[in-house]
Design a protein around this ligand. Sequence first.
Ligand SMILES: Cc1cc2nc3c(=O)[nH]c(=O)nc-3n(C[C@H](O)[C@H](O)[C@H](O)COP(=O)(O)OP(=O)(O)OC[C@H]3O[C@@H](n4cnc5c(N)ncnc54)[C@H](O)[C@@H]3O)c2cc1C
Length: 414
Amino acid sequence: MTTIGTNWAGNHTYRAAALERPDSLDALREVVAGAPLVRALGSRHSFSDLTDTRGVLVDLSGLPDDVAVDEAARTVSVSGGVRYGDLARALEDRGWALANLASLPHISVAGAVATGTHGSGNRNRSLAAAVASVDVMGPDGEVRHLARGDADFDGSVVALGALGVVTRLELDVEPTYLVRQEVRTGLTWDTVERRFDDITGAGYSVSMFTRFDGDGVTQLWVKSRADEPALADVFDTVPAADTMHMLRGGSTEAVTGQGGEPGPWLDRLPHFRMEFTPSNGEELQAEYFVPREHAVAGIEALRGIGEELSPLLEVAEIRTIAGDEHWLSGAHGRDTVGFHFTFRREEPAVRGVARRMEEVLAPFDVRPHWGKVFEMDAPALAAVFPRLGDFADLRERVDPQHVFGNAFLDRVLP
Ligand SMILES: Cc1cc2nc3c(=O)[nH]c(=O)nc-3n(C[C@H](O)[C@H](O)[C@H](O)COP(=O)(O)OP(=O)(O)OC[C@H]3O[C@@H](n4cnc5c(N)ncnc54)[C@H](O)[C@@H]3O)c2cc1C
């Protein structure tokens, strides 16, 4: 009996033979070079068998978590297992900031960028786009340093753990800044469809919460940098009377400060506070990306199956992500809209609606979020990720024995 347990959502029990938590790079090297099958484990927030292996899982949270800012280069160097929330606090203490964060600060830096994790904002790219370099330990235990501009770099950041264990990353930083978060209610589908780009452009990071039913967008969350003008147009919405959780009955203690009071970037850009359980806990998430020009058509397609989603759906969120160059990023080569879904934890039924969503979004070259539930197979994925074949070739060069392989990669790679 192993004691490795489950992922955060509890829908996947890890089948790895062992879990190692090395406390030095040398100890990590010994594990990686000595095991026939290895995978890096982040903070367990993915919703599938993506992370698992039949061999050894390595947890990097025992490595020294020193955070080093290079002020001249405007980068921070951080160990892969460090969580964004801890990195953000260390940066803020030194007067620095990241350009964006995901909805939760609990995820590890290496684990988040490995799946193309993103926040929101018409001009904000995925978290991987802030990566200036990665140090990747290959199957022989040797560390390769890849920096932005290097030939293999764009395939090596959003890499699904397939190329090795990311030991360190350098991320772009900027001077710290303040953000206001305002929550408004009453946004109608009519306004969303007529003014989608204005709404998503109304702040630095905008989220629309909905159930794709007749109620429209029940909550509009707008995060604006304090040095930017306040919301000029309110799209016929009204301010929320009190702090709101996007889930019905969710604890408002768990969400970051609302009401328009400026606060440090790290206390406003994520939806959830580090000290509390994010979202619901007993849930399954899926997310689909389509090019931004198809946002309204995508919304209409999802509204068309709203009644099929409804019995399982807790809440959905619409966000925008600027295009980037990472081969496996959901926003690779195109400005993107993300349709995120928090479902009840009923996996076979959720997989059924995932297939339906993939069907109705297929005309828009839909891509799935690698870390969430999806059903698309290798040929379907190769059709929408134009560099998936190049990624598979890169993997053959770096890891010909598939030491970092697993069942998930067998399903999704050509
Ligand atoms: C409540 C909740 C909210 C979420 N919100 C968002 C959101 O706002 N935006 C979004 O895009 N996603 C979101 N996600 C999804 C989440 O960001 C991704 O699943 C992310 O990959 C999880 O990171 P992790 O550290 O938990 O990694 P894990 O789930 O543990 O691992 C994910 C992948 O990363 C690899 N990996 C981990 N560490 C390393 C390493 N050191 N070297 C190489 N590979 C590594 C693993 O092998 C695996 O392939 C959310 C998830 C939850 C549960």
